[in-house]
Design a protein around this ligand. Structure first.
Ligand code: SF4
Length: 299
C-alpha cells in the first residue's frame, strides 16, 4: 500500500488513498511538500488494490482522503471514487486536495460525475487573493481563477480554502488581507483554514520580509474583519501559534463567521496586548519561523 505523505489535519482518521504522486505544478516558492517527488499518476490497478486492502491498514472510518496534491487530474478519477464508494459503503465523506487551476479548467460534467461517484469535499490552496502576491510566490493562479474555481466547485462540493498569512510580507500585508477576504466573499467556501508563512523551502528565503508577532496578529485581524460571508474560520495549525520560551500562549482562533467573528477579534486584540506587555517586560516573543529555526516545532 502506498500512502500520501501529507494530509490535512481534519483527515487524521480518514482512509488515505494515494492517487497521484507529488504535485504536477511544484513551483510555489513557499512550498516544500513534494519537491523531491517526481510527479506521476499511479496505475489504476495499484490504486484499486490499495482500496481492497484498506481493512488491513486502517481502523474503520467514515471518511477517506485522496492524495497527493491534485488527484482530480488522474485520468480514471471518477472510476476510482466510484470503486471506493462501492467497496467501502461506510464512507460518508470523500475528500481530496485540488489545484485551483485544475478546477477552473475541468469540464463541469466531470465535477458532476465526481459528485455522483461520491466525492464530497475539496481542499484548495488559495494562499492569497492578491494577484501581486500570487505572482511573487509563483502560485501559478490569479484571483480570477480562484473565484471561478471556487464558484464552480461550490455547486457540487464542500470546500476548504487555505490561506497563508504573511505571504505578502510586511510590504504587502494589508493588500494581501483585503484581497484574500474579497475572494473569500465571492467564493463563500465552507471552511477557511489559515497557515502562517513559515520558511521551510530555501527558495522562499528573503522573497518577502517576515511579519513580527504583532504584524501577524494585525494581518489576521484584518482578514477576519474583511470576511462578510458565512463560513467556518480556523487557524488550526501550529504555524499560527505564538510562543515564549516557556511554551505557546496563543493557539489561534476558531469559529463560525458571522456568529463568532467578534469573539475571534476579541481574542486577537487581547493577544496583541499580551505581546506588547511581554515585549515591554523584556520577554522574547517567538513566531513559527523562530521556533522552526530553533528546531522546536516541525511542520
Ligand atoms: S502549494 Fe500546492 S500547488 Fe503549490 S507546489 Fe505545493 S502542492 Fe503544488
Amino acid at each position: 500500500m502506498d500512502f500520501p505523505p501529507f494530509r490535512p489535519p481534519s483527515e487524521a482518521y480518514s482512509y488515505l488513498i494515494r492517487v497521484v504522486r507529488g504535485c504536477n505544478w511544484n513551483k510555489c516558492l513557499f512550498c516544500s511538500m513534494y519537491k523531491s517527488i517526481r510527479f506521476e499518476q499511479r496505475s489504476k490497478e495499484e490504486i484499486l488494490k490499495d482500496i481492497d486492502d484498506i481493512p488491513k491498514y486502517f481502523p474503520r472510518s467514515k471518511s477517506a482522503f485522496l492524495g497527493d496534491s491534485n488527484p482530480l487530474i488522474h485520468k480514471d478519477i471518477v472510476e476510482i471514487v466510484r470503486y471506493l464508494k462501492a467497496k467501502r459503503p461506510e464512507v460518508e465523506r470523500i475528500t481530496a486536495y485540488a489545484r485551483i487551476k485544475t478546477i477552473a479548467n475541468i469540464p463541469e460534467e466531470k465535477l458532476e460525475s465526481l459528485k455522483s461517484a461520491g466525492l464530497t469535499r475539496l481542499h484548495m490552496g488559495l494562499e492569497s487573493g492578491d494577484d501581486e502576491v500570487l505572482k511573487i510566490v509563483q502560485k501559478g493562479i490569479t484571483s480570477e481563477d480562484a473565484i471561478k474555481a471556487g464558484k464552480r466547485a461550490g455547486k457540487y462540493f464542500e470546500m476548504t480554502y487555505y490561506v497563508i498569512t504573511g505571504l505578502g510580507g510586511v510590504e504587502r500585508s494589508e493588500r494581501h488581507a483585503i484581497n484574500t477576504a474579497r475572494v473569500i466573499n465571492e467564493v463563500k467556501p465552507t471552511f477557511v483554514r489559515v497557515r502562517n508563512l513559515t520558511i521551510t523551502n530555501p527558495e522562499m528565503e528573503g522573497v518577502v520580509k517576515l511579519l513580527s508577532a504583532e504584524e501577524q496578529l494585525e494581518e489576521l485581524r484584518k482578514l477576519i474583519e474583511g470576511i462578510k460571508v458565512e463560513t467556518y474560520f480556523t487557524t488550526d495549525h501550529v504555524s499560527n501559534y505564538l510562543f515564549t520560551k516557556r511554551g505557546a500562549f496563543f493557539t489561534g482562533v476558531h469559529g463560525r463567521i458571522p456568529e463568532e467573528k467578534d469573539e475571534m477579534l476579541r481574542i486577537i486584540e487581547d493577544t496583541l496586548e499580551t505581546v506588547r506587555a511581554l515585549k515591554k517586560s523584556g520577554v522574547e516573543v517567538l513566531t513559527s519561523n523562530d521556533m522552526f529555526r530553533l528546531g522546536l516545532i516541525t511542520l
